[in-house]
Design a protein around this ligand. Structure first.
Ligand code: ZN
Length: 304
């Protein structure tokens, strides 16, 4: 089994690991995101040292964005217009490829996490599904007919516009670009700004949660209508609130209002809107899945 390097590149931290899958994640290292030069140097040092013990077949990068993921673009592998200071127009994939002299697979953190969930987690056996993370922001990745969705860009699901009744909820939203887009209304920072305290300190019977479930269900309903996914997988810190899945499923069915008559949704919604399974390792496992797919390696066999 070939060994891979994995990089989860986040706006606040980078997580690096080497391994072949969830049962085999060897050295793992986390460090805060500083300047591009310093951060990339740390990544290269860590993976270079790992490769001296056992050669790596490829490196996968699951990156915050927006990023350029068009393989024929001269700026493929760049972080482009991110609001993260100092990280605009950084050739992340190119610098790592040149420094390690290894093939590099590159995609958004959420597209990578979707691949990881298909290989090892909640989307095994599916061809068309959506992976969402609800935390410091809202991000979504999707596979359609077995392929990651790419067009002129990667999807930016967190910035879809959803209906917002300002009489019922006058909160203007936190997105610096749109105010009350999906992320602006329903991310972790939106909950904290609206209620003056983080989600963790709001009990499940607090009005914050039916409102949160309403907004999340609006986005989920839009995704059902646009992509007809076989499943919708939700991860991220906000989704750890117990009881939230139940509210979202209920509100999604209410919003669809029996228009879409498929058993997978109306009879088995508990298996349709489901939690992510890869937890804190979603990023690095997604990066390994990217590298595996890029090198056309066989999927890891489950150990018995
Ligand atoms: Zn936005």
């Amino acid at each position: 089994m070939a060994l891979f390097g994995a990089i989860e590149a986040g706006g606040t931290k980078f997580v690096c690991a080497v391994g072949t899958g969830p049962e085999d994640l060897r050295a793992r290292m986390v460090f805060p995101t500083s300047t591009p030069g310093e951060t990339i140097r740390q990544v290269v040092e860590f993976l270079g040292e790992a490769a001296r013990h056992e050669p790596l077949a490829a490196v996968g990068i699951a990156s915050f964005g927006p990023v350029d993921v068009k393989p024929d673009s001269p700026r493929f592998g760049y972080i482009t217009s991110t609001p993260k200071a100092g990280w605009q127009n950084v050739d992340l994939a190119g610098e790592i490829r040149r420094a390690l002299d290894l093939p590099v697979a590159f995609d958004t953190d959420v597209n990578a996490a979707a691949l990881g969930e298909r290989r090892w987690g909640a989307a095994q056996g599916l061809q068309t599904f959506v992976y969402l993370t609800v935390g410091p922001g809202i991000g979504g990745g999707a596979l359609v007919a077995g392929r990651l969705m790419h067009g002129v860009l990667h999807p930016e699901m967190g910035h879809m516009r959803i209906s917002h009744n300002r009489q019922a909820d006058p909160f203007p939203g936190v997105c610096p670009f749109h105010g009350d887009c999906w992320e602006g209304l329903a991310s972790g920072p939106a909950i904290a700004a609206r209620w003056g305290c983080k989600g963790e300190c709001l009990p499940i019977d607090h009005p914050a949660w039916p409102l949160e479930a309403h907004y999340l269900a609006l986005g989920v309903t839009n995704l059902v209508c646009v992509l007809a996914p076989q499943r919708i997988i939700l991860g991220g810190g906000v989704m750890r609130r117990s009881g939230l899945f139940r509210l979202i499923r209920h509100k999604t069915l209410e919003l669809l209002n029996n228009y879409i008559q498929v058993g997978e949704i109306i009879e088995r919604v508990d298996e349709y809107v489901v939690p992510a399974q890869l937890g804190d390792n979603a990023g690095v496992l997604g990066a390994i899945a990217l590298a595996l797919d890029a090198t056309k390696a066989e999927p890891e066999r489950q150990k018995t």
